[in-house]
Ligand binder design. Structure first.
Ligand code: ADE
Ligand code: ZN
Length: 324
């Protein structure tokens, strides 16, 4: 089965590129940039990845990315991930990236865009992996700051496949970003948002109604609201579910408790994703394999989930046809 899952052409719709930073690369970039890490070894870093909730992960995630300073760093980060993903049978990667987390450290948007863009071109040329860019706003920062980021990204609007919304969800409802997402819509930029990971089902509704998103990232808490589930099913809203992430961030206690079987049973349009593979125990293949182990799904089920991702991906119709 693992061989089948590896060979299955997979599109990843929910990945934070900064969350693909493996401890080995963290150390080598720290050395290159003369940055001192609060860890003595790769093993110590991995041992620190024991999270109680989303916030405890975010604290280490923002600390980890402090080694990213130059365009070359962002290029190396993304290429490292593209190579690993390609070896796992991933053919398309949609990467969230967090400009505000870099701006706060004095790293300007052009540095991030240059490094990631170069890696995307190289991944396509050398690995045949296509990719998309999702500029994500940090929802625990002021909406005015998000608006400034979107305005200052004007030279890159054409390169953005979507804008997204991530970071600490509780107490930061989608409503807070209604004006920012309205502006993105006026610019013709598609929209996605994290909702219903730790936050309530109401945040999923808000993301649909106020942010006009085409996909919900996570969305697993929709099951608490049957009317919402019916709406998501009828409108064929895509959920980008991240099973290992949900276990590691204690959204669920263990894989066998994960609501994926109920979401599937409810007729929702689901995709499987890795979220932050360096922090949560593996990439796409590990997430698919964990579902097989926990739920015993058939090859047809996995093929259907992979197909959902290809159908929902930000890619040209030509590329989609070639992959479907
Ligand atoms: N940023 C990186 N990973 C995230 C997640 N799982 N939820 C919210 N924000 C994130
Ligand atoms: Zn995420």
């Amino acid at each position: 089965m693992r061989d089948f899952l590896r060979r299955l052409p997979k599109a990843e719709l929910h990945l934070h590129i900064e969350g693909s930073l493996e401890p080995e690369l963290m150390f080598s970039l720290a050395e290159r940039n003369g940055i001192r890490l609060p860890y003595g070894s790769v093993e110590e870093v991995r041992a620190a990845y024991d999270f109680a909730d989303l916030q405890s992960f975010l604290d280490l995630y923002y600390q980890g990315m402090s080694v990213l300073r130059t365009a070359e760093d962002f290029h190396d980060l993304a290429m490292d991930y593209f190579r690993r993903a390609s070896a796992e049978g991933v053919v398309h990667v949609e990467m969230h990236f967090d400009p505000q987390a870099h701006l706060a450290r004095g790293v300007e948007l052009p540095v991030v865009m240059e490094g990631l863009s170069r890696a995307r071109r190289q991944a396509w040329r050398e690995l045949g992996v296509s990719s998309a860019m999702i500029l994500a706003f940090l929802r625990d920062r002021p909406a005015e700051e998000a608006m400034q980021v979107l305005e200052s990204a004007a030279p890159y609007w054409e390169m953005l496949d979507a804008v997204g919304l991530d970071s600490a969800e509780q107490g930061n409802p989608p409503e807070k970003f209604a004006a920012v997402f309205r502006f993105a819509r006026e610019l013709g930029i598609p929209r996605v948002a994290h909702a219903g990971e730790e936050g309530p089902p109401a945040y999923i509704r808000e993301a649909l109604d106020l942010l006009d998103v085409c996909r919900i990232d996570h969305g697993v808490r929709c099951l608490e609201d049957p009317t919402l589930v019916a709406r998501l099913r009828d409108e064929r809203v895509v959920l980008t579910v991240c099973p290992l992430s949900n276990v590691r961030l204690r959204v669920v206690e263990r894989m066998s408790d994960h609501p994926l079987p109920q979401l599937l049973e409810a007729g929702l349009t689901l995709t499987l994703n890795s979220d932050d593979p360096a922090y949560f125990g593996g990439g796409m293949l590990e997430n698919f394999a964990a579902c097989h182990e926990a739920f015993g799904w058939s090859k047809e089920t996995f093929t259907g989930l992979a197909r959902n991702a290809l159908e929902a991906a930000f890619m040209s119709d030509e590329r989609r046809q070639a992959l479907l």
